[in-house]
Design a protein. Structure first.
Lengths: 783, 195
């Protein structure tokens, strides 16, 4: 019987802890346990043997830290470890799991490990384990879903063994990075693991509290491997962890709740496992139940397509938006991020991400956009592209289970999209069009939807992951079009049992006050059971329909969300002072006032006059007050944010060719340093003073900075370093920049720097704060 | 030698507004800054997951070297700091990675809040360390602790220290290539145990 058959036939028992037992045998804390695979093979085998004798079906190899980022001899350690485990087998139905723990590094953007480098590291362990002869792979003790995804992708790309995956929860039922259970389950099931669950961190008494939620989400077997015997002091009180008997009684509860794979983690011993195996005796596990849940997830949130319609923000899309197109051409990621945050703040549940423009490299840009957006927004993303290469690249780096926009009835589309969904996981928007175009009838659109669903199932993709968009055409060109769409929604939902979505704004194309039409159509579609809508979250008309519909249909409990929404609208009157000037609004950081006043001013005042007579004097006043210590950083930034709002309005009024920046500046936090707060502040203020800031980010190598300077010809560069240990890296960067071009000027800043230090490393200027950077830039560009 | 885990409920941490403002050298905040600071501290406490792991070790001093049970550190400052103590606690404490995630977000969406939120998170981790400090010294010392990176105590010791404390597995603390701890709102430190 192979491991999957065994899993279907009943409970599966994993082993318990390894580390504590090794320490009892003489391993010193801080020493590498993997080394013992080579130096003490008999000790390792005897521990595995003890677990098999206790009744475990699966032992995990002593390879928790066996990856090239932690040890130098991964392959040898893994081979020996597998050999040691296999030698412990003494009867049928005993299996060896290749154990994969975290890399010990946090992935970018939080830490300094690149996602692809993580995949490469895991791949080495997987390849070795696969060749050494394991029965399955267990990826465990994962704190970060992103790293877990990297490990699963590595396992899938380098082995065909079944993959089990467990993650770590804290007392709040979330991973360290804030990922909740539904999101974790969505991502792992999407990736196609064979079993999933939790391990480590908590004892069985606490971990069991989360088992019901995991079982409720998962359509595959659930694993629970808790700790035991780890001393902990919480709020001053010492907690005693469970004895083997306590452990066993909690694990029986866990089994009762529906978990099927039971074992232990840190501190558990063969005795713990023996008790559990005996305690379970002849009990049969609860059956694994398929859950009919359609879900997309981010690193922290799951968006479930349920009774309430899912609002998918459409604003990250260049179609018909000249400002957005300019942002794409200028590689202006900040613009895209602000669209993401803005839509999230306006109640979007998900974000569509489309950056397709003929003249940009969509593969590169879409991938970066996904990375940047998921670093700041908690919303799940809908990856919107017609380029399969861009789609794969974006799905790969996506931290969660994405929604893919879109597949359609054309064979070419099906054959390029579905393999990616199978590999990386995802739900898919399916458009009811094919080689012959869009059928005129609801029946015709249903037929295409049916074929797409069937083809998905042939690829092993469950129909719950198909969300059909029956397409809405413009009412102004075909008066019957909206009715066909509404009929199609009903037909498709009834007959196929799948979810339906609409890209809704198209219906009103060509008509004045489009919102009236779009939102009314939205209401009608909701009545037909629409599950998701791609829409403009800033549209009040759409929001009104959404909240009012939910209240009227009894899916907004106590009208709570409606009340919160409608009351908020009422209170949106200004917090303004009367008779305020733009200058004062900026100084005081009054954003709404600044917006209103600028809108009025722009009617009859030349844009540059507003900048020179109001905004710059205001910024100078705040800057001066900041430098004198009369006001502080948050106020300086608050004024900067306010000035930005005014700038946004003014920019729209300035003809393109006059919109010249005062000059270009490259800024970066140097290699080895991941602190970028100071650099980000400098950026905000420089932008305020009209500079185009090219922000290369943090932990940037000297070579990358020189390369960028070469490419752009920019001669003014700002470098930041916070630690004494990273100043040498700054020095090296300056050296390389000056070697390339002695006319380049480098200004430096950061907590440990001083004027003397800056001179020592040959910087041209030490700027103690953002205002000093502005002054140096002014001097540089005016001289 | 046992590793002990130490946690507290974040809401029980005392974090004063002036603590957060101090990191931005703000002595007399205006009304807006004050209101934002209050909001930030509340939010920082909400998302903090304070966790620490510590061990006790004997201390032996030989010249410029301090010899613990598990590692040695060379530092005149540390020798001075531990002078007269025969035992010490070594700990790593963090409030978790979500603080970093939110700081990043606010710096993009609203920089003025970003810097205040960052300062609030620093205040929360420091308050957590103070609590641990008091706990380990039976209420004798609140802030007396010494960390790699201070004075002449090299930051390179982080690697060995974190490995010994099993900080990655126990509380999710990792190191970058440049020996910086991530989550960034993390403190590793040594405390002399008063007789």
């Amino acid at each position: 019987m192979n491991i999957i058959e065994k899993l279907k036939s009943g409970f599966l028992f994993f082993d318990g802890g390894m580390g504590t037992l090794l320490q009892e045998k003489g391993l010193l804390p801080g020493q590498s346990p993997e080394e013992w695979n080579i130096t003490h093979p008999d000790v390792i085998t005897s521990i595995h043997r003890a677990y098999f004798e206790a009744g475990a079906n699966v032992v995990t190899t002593n390879t928790f830290g066996a990856n090239p980022l932690k040890i130098s001899n991964t392959e040898e350690a893994v081979f020996k470890a597998v050999e040691n485990a296999r030698r412990a087998i003494f009867k049928e139905e005993q299996y060896v799991a290749l154990d994969i723990g975290p890399t010990g590094k946090l992935l970018k953007p939080l830490g300094d490990l690149d996602f692809e480098d993580a995949i490469n590291a895991f791949s080495e362990t997987v390849k070795a384990g696969d060749r050494a002869g394991c029965d399955l792979i267990i990826i465990e003790t994962m704190n970060d879903p992103y790293e877990l995804k990297a490990a699963v992708v590595a396992a899938k790309e380098n082995s065909t063994l079944p993959i089990f995956a467990t993650f770590v929860l804290d007392e709040n039922g979330k991973t360290m990075t804030g990922c909740d259970i539904p999101s974790m389950v969505a991502m792992l099931e999407g990736l196609g693991v064979s079993a999933l669950g939790v391990n480590c961190s908590l004892g069985a008494d606490k971990l069991k509290l989360f088992v019901p939620e995991i079982v409720a989400c998962a359509s595959i077997p659930v694993i629970v491997n808790p700790n035991a015997g780890i001393p902990c002091i919480h709020d001053g009180k010492t907690c005693f962890d469970s004895t083997p008997d306590d452990f066993c009684s909690h694990m029986l509860d866990v089994a009762e709740m529906g978990a099927r794979v039971l074992g232990g983690c840190c501190g558990t011993t063969p005795e713990h496992i023996r008790k559990v195996v005996h305690g379970i005796g002849n009990l049969q596990p609860k059956p694994v139940v398929e859950k009919n849940i359609t879900v997309a997830s981010s690193y922290s949130k799951a968006c479930i397509f349920d009774s309430k319609c899912v609002l998918i923000g459409e604003r990250i899309n260049p179609t018909g938006k000249s400002k957005f197109k300019t942002a794409l051409r200028e590689n202006n990621m900040d613009y895209i991020i602000s669209e993401a945050i803005g839509q999230e703040e306006h109640g979007a549940h998900m974000l569509d991400v489309n950056v397709g423009l003929p003249e940009i490299d969509e593969v590169d840009f879409l991938t970066r956009a996904v990375k940047e957006i998921q670093a700041v927004s908690t919303l799940p993303l809908q990856i919107d592209t017609s380029d399969p290469v861009a789609l794969e690249s974006a799905m790969r780096v996506y931290n969660g289970k994405p929604l893919v926009n879109s597949v359609n009835g054309k064979e070419e589309s099906i054959n390029s999209v579905f393999p990616l969904v199978k590999k990386y996981g995802g739900a898919v928007i399916a458009l009811t069009l094919d080689e012959k175009g869009i059928p005129d009838s609801a029946e015709g659109r249903y037929q295409i939807a049916k074929r797409i669903v069937e083809r998905a199932e042939e690829y092993g993709i469950n129909r719950r992951d198909i969300i059909v968009d029956p397409l809405c055409l413009t009412v102004s060109s075909d008066k019957n079009a909206p009715k066909v769409t509404l009929d199609a929604i009903r037909l498709i939902k009834e007959r196929l049992g799948v979810k339906a979505s609409l890209g809704i704004s198209n219906v009103s194309f060509g008509l004045p006050n489009r919102d009236y039409i779009t939102s009314t159509f939205f209401a009608l579609a909701l009545r037909e059971g629409l599950d998701a809508v791609i829409m403009n979250p800033y549209s009040q008309e759409m929001q009104k329909i959404y909240y009012a519909y939910n209240a009227l249909m009894g899916i907004d409990e106590g009208c709570g969300e409606y009340i919160a929404y409608a009351s908020d609208k009422r209170s949106e009157t200004l917090d303004s002072e009367t008779d305020i000037t733009l200058e004062r609004a900026i100084i005081k950081g009054l954003k709404k006032d600044a917006k209103e006043i600028t809108k009025k001013l722009i009617i009859d005042t030349p844009p540059l006059e507003i900048v020179n007579n109001y905004i710059i004097p205001a910024l100078d006043t705040v800057g001066e007050s900041y430098e004198k210590g009369l006001s502080f950083l948050p106020q300086l930034l608050m004024s900067a944010e306010t000035a930005n709002i005014a700038f946004d309005i003014i920019k729209e009024a300035i003809p393109k060719d006059e919109n010249a920046s005062k000059g270009d500046i490259i800024i970066a936090t140097v290699k080895g340093d991941i602190h970028d707060i100071g650099k980000n502040i400098v950026k905000v203020i420089l932008q305020n003073y009209g500079y185009s800031v090219h922000d290369l980010g943090k932990d940037v190598s000297p070579e990358a900075i020189v390369e960028y300077a070469k490419k752009t010809g920019i001669k003014l560069i700002g470098l930041s370093a916070l630690m004494t240990t990273t100043v040498p890296s700054m020095e090296e960067t300056i050296k390389q920049l000056k070697n390339y071009d002695s006319n380049i000027r480098v200004m430096v800043g950061g907590a440990v720097l001083t004027t003397e230090y800056a001179e020592m490393i040959h910087a041209d200027k030490y700027a103690k704060d953002a205002m000093e950077t502005v002054r140096y830039a002014n001097d540089f560009y005016n001289s | 030698m046992t590793h002990t885990m130490y946690t507290v409920s974040p809401q029980t941490l005392s974090v004063e507004i002036k603590d957060a403002l101090r990191y931005l050298s703000i002595k007399s905040p205006d009304e807006g800054t004050l209101a934002l600071a209050i909001e930030c501290i509340e939010e920082a406490k909400e998302i903090a997951v304070p966790k620490a792991v510590y061990v006790k070790s004997r201390v032996k001093i030989e010249g410029r070297r301090v010899i613990f049970d598990f590692m040695e550190m060379e530092s005149e400052n540390l020798v001075k700091f531990l002078d007269g103590y025969s035992e010490a606690y070594i700990f790593v404490a963090t409030i978790g990675i979500r603080a970093d995630m939110l700081v990043n977000r606010y710096l993009k969406s609203q920089p003025s809040k970003g810097v205040l939120f960052n300062a609030s998170c620093v205040a929360v981790i420091e308050s957590f360390c103070d609590r641990l400090n008091l706990f380990l010294t039976d209420g004798r010392y609140r802030e007396r602790r010494y960390s790699p990176g201070y004075g002449d105590l090299s930051i390179e010791y982080q690697k060995e220290l974190l490995k010994y404390l099993d900080a990655e597995r126990k509380i999710g603390v990792t190191l970058t290539e440049g020996s910086l701890m991530v989550p960034t709102k993390t403190v590793s430190a040594i405390i002399g145990i008063p007789e």
